[in-house]
Design a protein around this ligand. Structure first.
Ligand code: 3PG
Length: 207
C-alpha cells in the first residue's frame, strides 16, 4: 500500500478519468503512458468503470485505481477488477475498513480539521483534499498542515495549469488530482493523440 502511495507521489499528478466506454480504457492507458503519466483514477460515475479498470489492469501500463467510491460494495467491485487504490470524495469509515481488509490503499476525502482527525483515527495519513479550490485551496492545506504535520494531501477539484504550481509547492502535497489532461469528450471521441499531448503538457508543468 505504501508502495502504491510512493508511486502516486512520484507521478505528482493523478488523472481523474470518466470513461463512458470500457473499450476506451486500453487506448487511454496508451495515451497516459505515452504522455509520461502512467497513472489513472477511473471514477465510478459511469457503468463502464469496473470493466474499464479491468482492461487497464490487464493492460499493465498504468497504475490503476478507482475513484468516486462511495460504498464497501464498490470497493469490492473495484479491487476485484484490479484497482490498486481507492479514492473517495469524502470520508467513510466503512469504505476505509473495506480497503484495509482488501489490502489496497484508501484515499478518502477530508477538507476540515474534524474530517482529518476522523481519517487519522481510521489509520489514514494521506487524504484527498476535495473539492480543493472551493475548500480554501492551497492556503487551507498549509493551515491544516500546522496541527497535522504527518498528514499528506492529494488536492483535487478545480486545479489546472494556472494553479497547479501553488499546490505542488507545498511539502504536505503528495500529488495533485485533476481531469484537465484527460477530458471526457476527447476520450469519448477517441482523440487519444490529443490526450497524450495534453498529458505530456501537464507532466511538463510538474517539472
Ligand atoms: C474529482 O472527482 O476528483 C474531480 O471531479 C476532479 O476535479 P476536476 O475535474 O476539477 O479536475
Amino acid at each position: 500500500m505504501s508502495e502504491t502511495l510512493d508511486q502516486l507521489a512520484a507521478s505528482r499528478l493523478v488523472p481523474v478519468v470518466v470513461l463512458d466506454d470500457a473499450a476506451h480504457a486500453r487506448p487511454l492507458a496508451g495515451a497516459l503512458a505515452e504522455g509520461g503519466l502512467p497513472v489513472a483514477e477511473v471514477t465510478f460515475r459511469t457503468a463502464a468503470a469496473a470493466a474499464a479498470i479491468a482492461e487497464m489492469a490487464k493492460d499493465g501500463r498504468v497504475l490503476v485505481g478507482a475513484g468516486t467510491v462511495l460504498t464497501p460494495a464498490q470497493v469490492d467491485e473495484a479491487v476485484d477488477a484490479g484497482a490498486r487504490y481507492v479514492v473517495s470524495p469524502g470520508f467513510s469509515r466503512a469504505v476505509v475498513e473495506r480497503c484495509a481488509a482488501r489490502g489496497v490503499l484508501a484515499l478518502p476525502g477530508a477538507v476540515t480539521a474534524t474530517e482529518v482527525q476522523a481519517a487519522l483515527e481510521a489509520g489514514i495519513t494521506t487524504v484527498k483534499f476535495f473539492p480543493a479550490e472551493t475548500s480554501g485551496g492551497a492556503a487551507a492545506i498549509k493551515a491544516l498542515s500546522a496541527p497535522f504535520g504527518g498528514v499528506r494531501f492529494v488536492p483535487t477539484g478545480g486545479i489546472g495549469p494556472a494553479n497547479l504550481a501553488e499546490y505542488l509547492a507545498l511539502p504536505a502535497v503528495a500529488a495533485v488530482g485533476g481531469s484537465w489532461m484527460v477530458p471526457r469528450d476527447a476520450i469519448a471521441a477517441g482523440r487519444f493523440d490529443d490526450v497524450a499531448a495534453m498529458v505530456a503538457d501537464a507532466v511538463a508543468l510538474t517539472r
